[in-house]
Design a binder for this molecule. Sequence first.
Ligand code: SAM
Length: 246
Amino acid sequence: MRFDLFTLFPGMFAGPLDESIIKRAQAANLIQIAIHDIRDWTTDRHRTADDTPYGGGAGMVMMAPPIVAAVESTLGNDLGGTPIILLSAAGEPLSQKIARELAGRRRLAMICGHYEGVDERVVTVLGARELSIGDYVLTGGELAAMVVLDAVARLVPGVIDAASVAEESHETGLVEYPHYTRPAAFRDETVPEVLLSGHHAQIAQWRREQALRRTARRRPDLLTGLDLSERERAIIAEVSQVPDPT
Ligand SMILES: C[S@@+](CC[C@H](N)C(=O)[O-])C[C@H]1O[C@@H](n2cnc3c(N)ncnc32)[C@H](O)[C@@H]1O
């Protein structure tokens, strides 16, 4: 899968994309990442990419022409079939479902806003989808684009072991159960006995129950619409009556 990132600050991507799983995925050619400097598509000698807002107000707005030219010329024949994301605090919230949907595509373009944001005609002319990574405001879309890239890239087949994705938070509709590794005893805390038992069915049942309990305590909003057994419903009802110890 190929990612094209459009930014005024290409240097921000050095480092995070050159480490760990994303680095290995690029080396194995499972993903390709191209960073494009929007200023390369400006037309004046000062390489101007932003201007004051019509209607007045604080801050600068990124101009539409260089961004649209950058995306159109980079995507070329792929323009019609490539999702174009504009990172925006006012966008649709990123979710695991959206990440999975995007991971099924061959190519993905992402535009990073800065300053007050981006001229609205970037959205209308390019048919961009606005995505937010949470209800807070960042200084720019670069970190948000890296979050989207990371969430999508790890779902590209071969990037990580499919089994480790299957039970993760938000894949099952629940947040994940707690993990433990050696040592078995640490300070006054011991690993739950069942995890040392080697009994796979009991471990699976314990993990499912822990995931349900955690979700009921921390993210009850996720439980709506889930297909749960009577026993699982009873666990949730019990958790809901007990104050959260964590
Ligand atoms: C300072 S912000 C602009 C905020 C904008 N004036 C608003 O109130 O929504 C600059 C850029 O950072 C990015 N950004 C900020 N918060 C974001 C978020 N929660 N998710 C995704 N992108 C974000 C966007 O690309 C945005 O254009």
